[in-house]
Design a protein around this ligand. Structure first.
Ligand code: LLP
Length: 387
């Protein structure tokens, strides 16, 4: 039901590598489009920070999604993949001048602006270029999300966005500038959110802020509620498609949309997590004094989420027959740090040197967060269409 893999397909390919199942990706995109096409004013911008693999991007572009970028490099990459510039939203708390210039040169859809100094710089650069920058303000809604502290972004203590109490001030400031056009508001409360109540809280907060603006005669055209929908890391095979129905229903039921407004979403993880796996080879099985280790050739340089966020990726042995005896292992990488551990005390069929393991749900924030620490090679990425 979930991602399809077999060892024959992977024979002779250098490990570790990422494998993407475009069938799962297409099913996921179909599920999104099925919900959003109920509304002619809902637009999903895929958050390319989750995965910028060109082959993956091309499939997402074919499905007609827009795109959410947070750097000039991401803008260059999505243009290379064929996304139209007028579907790009550009967020980020610290945009460099060259990145703003690139966005203006390409006539992107919208800059999500996070501070007054940034607003002033965008206006200045746009003036120099004789351009008009379309902008939304990212407002920090002070809405908590039930997720890991490192990936919560919508609290007053986080570095992101503009404080709610400053909202009218920044809008008035923008309205007085010649080379920016204020269009709307942007929000994002965090990532890997599975409690729909968190999104409901955001929708209510947006309603309050809109009422406040309306009372002062300020009209907005764009409401961007960010991303954050989570996926099932425990049972990716049984539950490969995230709950888009409930997610979009939250906004349908709770967000008060005025005539002519468009609603924008920036989903990253939910689009790509379940179509990807990290494939790694077992180099050694070692008996410790209290533990048995399966030492694999992938490390946190290939997939950093377990080390960085205590994240859990389900691990399966693709080589061993599931009917064999089961034993307990810590699955660890070769890097010289104890945090280079993918999982502890997990049950796997008796595992041997040379077996291929798959770390599931690795399509989001996997390949893109790889590093070359220890002078390791970056992992390759393949799809089922390549192999
Ligand atoms: N929009 C904004 C403004 C964001 O900051 C993010 C993610 C997204 C959209 C997409 O969120 P998603 O739908 O993927 O949850 N590396 C971490 C996740 C960091 C998310 C950062 N911002 C991880 O591996 O869990």
């Amino acid at each position: 039901m979930g991602i399809e893999m077999n060892v024959e397909r992977f024979a002779g390919i250098r490990t570790p590598f990422y494998y993407y199942d475009t069938n799962i990706l297409r099913q996921t995109l179909d599920a999104i489009n099925k919900e959003t096409k109920k509304h002619d004013n809902y637009f999903v911008h895929y958050a390319v920070k989750a995965n910028a693999n060109l082959k993956v991007l091309k499939v997402i572009n074919e499905a007609g999604l827009g795109i959410d970028c947070v750097s000039g490099g991401e803008i260059e990459q999505v243009l290379k993949a064929g996304f139209p510039a007028n579907k790009i939203v550009f967020a980020g708390v610290g945009k460099s001048d060259w990145e703003i210039e690139l966005g203006l040169d390409k006539d992107i859809f919208c800059f999500n602006v996070e501070s007054i100094p940034e607003l002033e710089v965008i206006n200045e650069i746009a003036e120099r270029k004789g351009k008009m920058a379309t902008i939304c303000f990212r407002i920090n809604p002070n809405v908590g999300a039930h997720t890991h502290a490192h990936i919560t972004t919508g609290l007053a203590e986080n570095k992101f966005g503009i404080a709610m109490e400053d909202m009218e001030k920044v809008i008035r400031l923008a309205q007085g500038m010649k080379n920016v056009q204020f269009k709307g508001l942007h929000f994002h409360i965090g990532s890997q959110i599975l409690e729909m109540d968190d999104f409901i809280a955001l929708a209510h907060r947006v309603n309050e802020l809109q009422d406040r603006l309306e009372a002062q005669g300020i009209r907005i055209d764009i409401i961007n509620v960010g991303g954050g929908l989570g996926v099932d890391y425990n049972d990716p095979q049984g539950n490969p498609i995230p709950n888009f129905k409930d997610y979009f229903a939250v906004y349908e039921q709770h967000l008060k949309v005025r005539p002519g407004q468009t609603v924008h979403f920036e989903l990253g993880r939910a689009v790509v997590a379940q179509c990807g796996a990290l494939i790694t080879k077992v180099n050694y099985v070692k008996q410790g004094s209290v533990k048995q280790f399966a030492i694999v050739d992938a490390g946190f340089t290939d997939l950093i989420r377990p080390a960085l966020y205590d994240a859990h990726h389900k691990i399966i042995n693709l080589t061993a027959n599931a009917t064999q005896n089961v034993e307990q292992y810590d699955v660890v990488g070769p890097i010289c740090e104890s945090s280079d551990t993918f999982d502890k005390d997990i049950q796997l069929p008796t595992t041997h040197r040379g077996d291929l393991l798959a770390l599931l749900s690795a399509g989001a924030y996997g390949e893109i967060m790889a590093s070359s620490y220890n002078c390791r090679r970056l992992p390759d990425g393949y799809t089922n269409e390549d192999l």
